[in-house]
Design a protein around this ligand. Structure first.
Ligand SMILES: [Zn+2]
Length: 109
């Protein structure tokens, strides 16, 4: 096992959270390994240890179902589809244009 970075209690760096702190934000470690640990020294006893996980690798507590992914994909596809030429622009249609860039250029030309 590799040596984990150890931080003093209350001095955890940004971007790290305990399992409990993740849960409070609706997140779970999501299979990632412990990234660091906190140690609180105690008199004549081994230090109290808390494991820290990376917030950026945490996953939502409620996993996305296939149906949710599909709905998300459809929503994204709709946002990429130009209402003018009905083509997938490959990027989200800028709300300021309301159509894909080629269509906007044609209109302005
Ligand atoms: Zn277009």
């Amino acid at each position: 096992m590799s040596t984990l970075p150890v931080y003093r209690w209350r001095l955890a760096p940004d971007g790290y959270a305990t399992r409990r702190q993740l849960r409070a934000r609706g997140l779970r470690p999501g299979g990632q390994d412990v990234a660091a640990q906190l140690e609180r020294p105690r008199r004549r006893r081994p230090p109290l240890v808390a494991h820290l996980y990376r917030v950026d690798l945490a996953k939502p507590v409620r996993p996305m179902t296939a149906a949710k992914w599909a709905a998300l994909a459809r929503a994204n596809a709709a946002r990429r589809t130009c209402p003018e030429c009905r083509r997938d622009a490959g990027y989200v249609i800028p709300p300021t244009l309301g159509m894909c860039v080629p269509c906007d250029s044609r209109r302005s030309a």
